[in-house]
Design a protein around this ligand. Structure first.
Ligand code: DX5
Ligand code: ZN
Length: 218
């Protein structure tokens, strides 16, 4: 079964606990937490304090996406706050191998994220150490943007790369996933789908997630 990860970036933050519980009840698999520092991306969101509060109200795994410079300084705080997966942007740290290892040593599952124009070749020496590769299918920083079409070809190439190396890292896509894009993303080889505005902007979270699953052939 494919993984659906609602991004709380598009939730009503004044009712965050209820919103998280609502998507859990609606059939979500993971909760995607977007952490932005106003330096790596031109927006500021939330940190470990909110992550910990979210973790208290759900049994779902927390998929924490760090869009911050020097993520190595904060991964321990996010593991303590309940992160299950921590994904770091390859563009954000000079010490990618060290930071991936640190995430694993602290007990979370490490993943790496690529911006839309960051080449797959940047994964060559890190792929075997991660549980997850996330491709940005929008420029990171904001919810509600349009899916960048060549992310599909990038997903296909990544799936081939993982297979040809005999690895089993999951592929996740983040940005612009909705009922129009999810099927082609899945056909290209995507395993996990982040969706913010398409879920939290909908009237009925259960119906939206059910529609996604139908489109995924589940
Ligand atoms: C963008 C974030 C995404 C965002 C996706 O920087 O990393 O997780 O919330 O939002 P939608 O699904 O609305 O494109
Ligand atoms: Zn994200």
């Amino acid at each position: 079964m494919k993984i659906i990860a609602p991004s709380i970036l598009s939730a009503d933050f004044a009712r965050l606990g209820e919103e998280v519980q609502a998507v859990e009840k609606a059939g979500a698999d993971w909760i995607h937490v977007d952490v932005m520092d106003g330096r790596f991306v031109p927006n500021i969101t939330i940190g470990p304090v909110v992550c910990k509060a979210v973790n208290r109200v759900t049994d779902l795994p927390l998929d924490v996406h760090l869009m911050i410079k020097q993520p190595e300084l904060y991964v321990e705080d996010f593991v303590k706050a309940g992160a299950d997966y921590i994904t770091i942007q390859v563009e954000s740290t000079t010490h990618l191998n060290r930071t991936v290892n640190l995430i694993r040593e602290l007990g979370a599952k490490p993943g790496v994220v690529l911006n839309p124009t960051t080449p797959l070749s940047s994964l060559e020496w890190v792929l075997e150490y991660v549980d997850l590769v996330m491709l940005m299918s929008v420029n990171p920083g904001f919810g509600g943007q349009k899916f960048i079409d060549n992310s599909l070809r990038k997903t296909e190439e990544l799936a081939n790369m993982i297979q040809s190396k005999g690895l089993n890292a999951l592929i996740e896509l983040d940005g612009g996933i909705n009922s129009k894009t999810i099927k082609s993303a899945s056909d290209a080889g995507c395993d996990a789908f982040v969706a913010g505005s398409a879920i939290f902007g909908s009237e009925d979270y259960t119906a939206t997630i059910k529609e996604f699953r139908t489109l995924l052939g589940e």
